[in-house]
Design a protein around this ligand. Structure first.
Ligand code: WT7
Length: 648
């Protein structure tokens, strides 16, 4: 019996880059990409040194890489400052008065900060940190709504060498507390509240709860966003705007060693204690700046919008560090995509003239569900490039995005990467790579990705296996904060000599990478290993279906039975006939082996706040066992209750 993942869905559509797009692109044809990629994986250090040289270093490195597996040091001996690279560098030329951030709050107010203004605000905040005793290397926890001050707080930390740890504003007190204790943070930056779906989220109150019985935090800096009445604890809590009155706007960047920690970002993993992913300065900045330039094919007059929250790695790498290091104009929007109506994104794109949109498949499927009429109401002709990240995009959603948002004109970069990888690893280059809906295509320069079997041997075309990276890269995580053994075990012991991503994938005959899902989620039906992503993609290609999640339930006969949780598009009704039609549809698209044994209709699916389906919970529901383990990252708890009720 084969233990490798089988793949049955074959996508035949190919979209070549348009000539007009390629002409102006950084990399303008496929042959160039292939040649440059081949060279770059032969000598990655050479490629990365060239990219690093585009940054400002106050002291040049003496060695590009020091690799004592699994521990890497990049640009050894070099000194730089991340905030200087994102700000000061742009102040001397025409970018000085260019918009760095164009922000819209959920209630509708707007602010634009030029590079000069952003620099000034960051210096003020850095001085506030210093005034409150924060020193290089200290950990600062940031728990903010998506407002310019979230970015200012991050860059303010970087400016003085403090290490930020951003916690997504949707997380609970419990999550904040865990992260404070694990990171050893002594200062918290928050706001009185933030806006989400017309409501105020009481951020400061959550911090207050989190800090009960926690002695190590000696200062909480509070930004006034909503004027919500909050508790101020004398001696611990201070207002940002009051503090600003005591400091000036001069704060020279503090150069740090290339390997100085820049931030810790916690990723839940599906079980167990959250992992503090540690990223350092020189390599991370090199990786994010370089990928932003090539993958988003950034041009000076682009208006770039990454819709992620700063609480996620996507927000760190492609909302803050990558684009600002490139001097880009970035849109920032505080609220929900369907507030007050499902066309908020399209309205923002039309009004700000957004040219690049980077969002998640889960958002795209929500837009599909809400209906084509919403994007149709707005002029989206400013868009020239689209991107996705976070999970495999099913071809159906890709086609919808391409047609209704890109109007057939915009390439789509499907970017595969992880919190741990820091920067994009597998992605098309929009002027060069022929696209196929549903695949992240090919590795970025300097990235040596492969698919291997259980013994670590590379598999052939269309054979499934484990996705690994065979050489270190600059933006890679350096460790799990405070837990080197776990770092080694989690990422470097599954496949000898390689970084193990945890994802299952296959490469097609053109070498394109198709991610079939997390290895832990792979189904094993009568000896066949099937990727959840493929089965889900087949279900979603049924006309009436909006979203699907597939899990295995123990089955005496087959090992596992396939259970599909399905939500329908607006206006469609659940019925036994429809369930049967969906089962037939999957049998037709993939084969009888993948046919769901059970189709369960649901109003919505349990997701993490970054949009990932919590399959662990669905597995428990599917097998009728009690819900256990961590549910604090669940977006909407009522979903669970409803799913269980529908089970009875
Ligand atoms: C996991 C990483 C990277 C920022 C957001 C998520 C899945 C991510 C893709 C893609 C297929 C993808 C993988 C990966 N994933 N992007 N384009 N195609 N799968 O970061 O929370 O660290 O999750 O997300 O399974 O391992 P993360």
């Amino acid at each position: 019996m084969s233990t490798n993942i089988e793949s049955h869905l074959i996508e035949k559509r190919v979209f070549k880059p348009a000539k007009e797009f390629s002409k102006k692109a950084q990399i303008s044809n496929f042959a160039d990409y292939k040649k440059l990629h081949a060279e770059s994986v032969k000598s990655p250090e050479k490629f990365w040194a060239k990219e690093a040289a585009t940054l400002k270093w106050t002291k040049k490195w003496t060695r590009v890489l020091d690799w004592k597996a699994p521990f890497a040091k990049w640009f050894v001996g070099g000194h730089l400052n991340a905030s200087e690279n994102c700000l000061d560098r742009h102040l001397e030329g025409p970018r000085r008065n260019k918009a760095a951030i164009i922000w819209e709050g959920e209630p509708g107010e707007r602010r634009t900060l030029t590079y000069h203004q952003l620099h000034r605000e960051v210096c003020v905040f850095a001085n506030i940190l210093k005034r409150n005793g924060v020193k290089s290397g200290d950990r600062v926890l940031i728990y903010m709504p998506l407002i310019p001050e979230a970015v200012i707080a991050m860059l303010g930390c970087a400016r003085i060498g403090a290490v930020h740890s951003v916690v997504f504003g949707g997380f609970s007190s419990e999550s904040i507390k865990d992260r404070i204790l694990d990171s050893g943070a002594t200062v918290v930056v928050t706001a009185d509240g933030g806006y989400r779906r017309g409501q105020i989220v009481s951020l400061k109150q959550n911090v207050d709860h989190a800090l009960q019985g926690v002695e190590q935090v000696r200062r909480v800096i509070v930004f006034r966003r909503t004027h919500l009445d909050i508790h101020i604890q004398e001696g611990r809590d201070v207002w940002w705007h009051r503090e600003a009155e005591y400091v000036d706007a001069k704060c020279p960047p503090h150069p740090v060693d290339s390997e100085h920690p820049l931030f810790i970002l916690y990723t839940s993993g599906s079980t167990g204690k959250p992992k503090g992913i540690l990223h350092t300065t020189g390599g991370y900045l090199t990786g994010t700046a370089s990928t932003t330039k090539y993958v988003f094919d950034l041009r000076e007059n682009d208006v770039y919008w990454c819709t992620a929250d700063v609480g996620w790695i996507t927000g760190h790498s492609y909302l803050v560090y990558g684009p600002l290091a490139n001097g880009a104009t970035c849109v920032l929007y505080e609220g929900a995509p369907n507030w007050p109506e499902p066309d908020r994104f399209w309205k923002i794109i039309a009004e700000f003239g957004v040219t690049i949109l980077y969002t998640a498949p889960t958002a795209i499927r929500a837009f599909m569900k809400w209906g084509d009429e919403w994007p149709k109401k707005h002029d989206l002709s400013s868009l020239r490039l689209l991107g996705t990240v976070g999970e495999p995009i099913n071809p159906e959603a890709w086609m919808w995005y391409h047609k209704h948002i890109g109007e057939g004109r915009c390439p789509i970069v499907d970017t595969w990467w992880q919190t741990e990888t820091g920067a994009i690893m597998i992605s098309p280059l929009p002027g060069a790579t022929p696209l196929k809906p549903g695949t992240a295509t090919l590795p970025f320069f300097g990235i040596d990705a492969a698919i291997v079997d259980d013994k670590g041997k590379e598999v052939g075309p269309n054979e499934g296996g484990k996705l690994v990276i065979r050489k270190p890269w600059p933006a890679m995580l350096r460790s799990i904060y405070g837990d080197k053994p776990r770092y080694r075990k989690q990422y470097w012991s599954e496949v000898k000599g390689c970084y193990f991503t945890g994802d299952g994938a296959r490469r097609d005959k053109d070498g394109y990478f198709w991610i079939v899902g997390r290895i832990d989620d792979v189904l094993n039906v009568a000896g066949h290993r099937l990727g959840t992503a493929e089965v889900e993609s087949a279900i979603v290609s049924h006309h009436d279906v909006a979203e699907a999640a597939v899990v295995g339930r123990p089955d005496e006969l087959k090992g596992q039975a396939v259970v599909a949780f399905v939500t329908l598009r607006s206006g469609y009704k659940a019925s036994n006939e429809l369930a049967e039609a969906i089962r037939r549809h999957v049998a037709h698209a993939i084969g009888p082996i993948a046919k769901p044994d059970d189709v369960r209709f649901a109003e919505s699916l349990p997701k993490t706040r970054s949009g990932k389906i919590m399959r662990r919970l669905l597995k428990q529901i599917a097998s009728g066992s009690a819900i256990t383990g961590d549910t604090t990252t669940l977006e909407d708890f009522s979903v669970l209750t409803k799913l269980r009720a529908s089970d009875e």
